[in-house]
Design a protein around this ligand. Structure first.
Ligand code: B12
Ligand SMILES: *[C@@H]1O[C@H](CO)[C@@H](O)[C@H](O)[C@H]1NC(C)=O
Ligand SMILES: *[C@@H]1O[C@H](CO)[C@@H](O)[C@H](O)[C@H]1NC(C)=O
Ligand SMILES: *[C@@H]1O[C@H](CO)[C@@H](O)[C@H](O)[C@H]1NC(C)=O
Length: 425
């Protein structure tokens, strides 16, 4: 009798802790972020599938104009571009967006055409896997292979198991130094496959990989006082820790500590919001296929209240700062290593610093960018371009440490030394 009572007591304590204590964000924060996300949708630009996915997971209003527009445009993108103009990872994100909108990715109708997005994704995933098995690196990235595997698994399609095994081996390999973001995306994929495979040896391998990733996150959180990776990897890391409890049990997760790090940051970039918002409502990308599409949603963003006021700039607008900017290449073609001191208004982005440098010395500092879901991505500097084939890119560092934001977001401070270094990944 006592045993039973104790057992129930313990059970209640466990359920009480995981379900409530600080592990779901306050409603106004969720509404605010949902509203920012919806407000970020630009009807003149291509639709972002990550935005639709996050809106669906966070229970946004699926009858809203923005939501309808996104879904229709995403279907058009799929029939027009999935075959030729999407990477495997982009195809996978479109599958997740469609699944979360209760659409069948096997038959996407738009523009009087029908396309089987799943078979397109299967083909692209096979190409990633073939390259990984041959050269030790995938066609794009392991992060994208995680997305691919997750999307195929959630769609209950064939072809998730082989990449999941390859990804698990990567995670467990002592040589691979995968970022938190990559390990997180891979873990979500493995958790899905683990639940769908019947092969015992596959299950065991995936279990080991999931145990490893989730415990490494818990360790990193402890060491970083809540932080796992950087502030922009927190979203995916929280999704993983929420979805993989059984793989690190009986170890407990101090979710309040991790959430407090996220609460302290004011996420503005739409992509950052798409990754953190599901976690804040206790969901993960693993829930994309299981949403109840008939339910009435009561969490639509507040309509009237404006966005929280931008920081007051207290007369600092007139002040200027100096930033030292260096561009270095020792990797390909002729070496160069050039520096310039640039004067810009305080609060300028790094992009602005680069523009001023290019105005002062076009030959050395001219650069090109490409618009991406995360903002402007620097494709070339000084005529030297990164390449997916060679796995090269322009990396940005401050005082030797990689920046955790892109040039369109990062705001250097006075006297800061920014380096752009041509690097490999
Ligand atoms: C893979 C990856 C890269 C690869 C991309 C190469 C490739 N061919 O795939 C490489 C290593 C080159 C890279 C570079 C950088 N990255 Co990166 N990257 C990622 C990662 C792990 C996955 C992105 C992805 O594949 N998504 C799935 C595909 C299907 O979607 P996609 O829209 O096609 O993805 C493209 C864009 O994401 C773009 N991209 C990747 N990183 C970045 C960063 C910025 C600022 C921009 C504008 C675009 C961009 O490349 C992807 C492939 O084409 C994310 C993690 C995350 N949580 O999202 C970080 C992430 C997006 N990167 C980040 C950062 C900071 C950078 C760098 C600025 C790092 C640095 N210090 O130099 C540089 C970009 C510098 C530049 N030249 O402008 C941050 C962005 C945070 C923010 N608030 O802006 C993230 C979130 C990681 C993190 N937690 O810090 N990245
Ligand atoms: C496992 O998969 C089944 C469907 O095969 C699903 O109903 C269940 O919710 C999944 N469980 C988890 C923990 O993902
Ligand atoms: C910045 O550049 C200026 C001029 O090029 C130089 O005098 C100064 O020492 C540099 N400072 C740093 C911190 O690199
Ligand atoms: C580039 O030049 C600076 C000094 O101007 C030097 O400290 C640095 O080591 C050089 N970097 C390379 C890669 O040569």
């Amino acid at each position: 009798m006592l045993g039973v009572a104790l057992g129930i007591g313990v059970l209640l304590a466990v359920v009480g802790c995981t379900a409530t204590e600080g592990c779901v964000a306050p409603q106004d924060m969720v509404s605010e972020l949902l509203q920012r996300l919806e407000g970020s949708v630009n009807f003149k630009e291509p639709p972002n599938p990550s935005v639709l996915l996050a809106m669906n997971l966070a229970g946004g209003d699926s009858d809203g104009e923005t939501h309808k527009w996104l879904l229709e445009e995403i279907k058009k993108e799929v029939v027009e571009k999935a075959h030729k103009d999407m990477t495997s990872g982009q195809a996978a994100l479109h599958v997740l967006a469609l699944l979360s909108s209760c659409q069948d990715p096997r038959s996407v109708h738009a523009l009087e055409q029908t396309l089987d997005l799943i078979s397109v994704l299967q083909q692209k995933t096979d190409e990633e896997l073939a390259k990984l098995e041959e050269d030790g690196v995938p066609k794009t990235t392991l992060y994208s292979m995680g997305l691919d595997t997750l999307a195929l698994c959630l769609a209950e399609a064939d072809g998730a198991q082989r990449p999941s095994v390859a990804l698990a081996r990567q995670v467990l390999s002592p040589e691979s130094h995968l970022s938190v973001d990559t390990r997180a995306m891979v873990a979500l994929a493995l958790a899905c496959v683990h639940n769908h495979t019947e092969l015992q040896d596959v299950q065991d391998l995936l279990w080991e990989a999931l145990w490893t990733v989730s415990n490494s996150f818990l360790d990193e959180q402890k060491e970083g006082k809540g932080m796992i990776g950087n502030i922009y990897s927190m979203g995916l890391a929280l999704q993983v820790l929420e979805a993989t409890k059984k793989f690190y049990a009986p170890r407990k997760w101090d979710c309040a500590q991790a959430f407090s790090v996220v609460y302290a940051h004011d996420y503005q970039q739409p992509m950052a919001i798409t990754q953190v918002l599901p976690a804040l409502v206790g969901k993960s990308y693993l829930d994309a296929a299981g949403l109840d599409c008939t339910a009435t949603k009561d969490m639509s963003p507040r309509q009237q209240s404006p966005l929280s006021p931008v920081l007051v700039r207290q007369g600092l607008l007139s002040a200027h700062i100096h930033v030292n900017y260096t561009v270095t290449n020792t990797l390909q073609g002729k070496d160069f290593n050039c520096s310039i001191s640039v004067k810009v208004p305080r609060g300028s982005t790094l992009l602005r610093v680069m523009e001023v440098a290019a105005e002062e010395n076009a030959e050395t500092y001219s650069f090109t960018t490409e618009q991406t879901s995360w903002g402007p991505y620097v494709t070339s500097i000084h005529g030297l371009a990164g390449s997916t084939e060679d796995r090269t890119y322009w990396q940005f560092l401050s005082a030797g440490k990689p920046l955790d934001e892109g040039v369109g977001t990062y705001k250097p401070h006075d006297g800061e030394h920014i380096q752009a270094v041509f690097s490999t990944y």
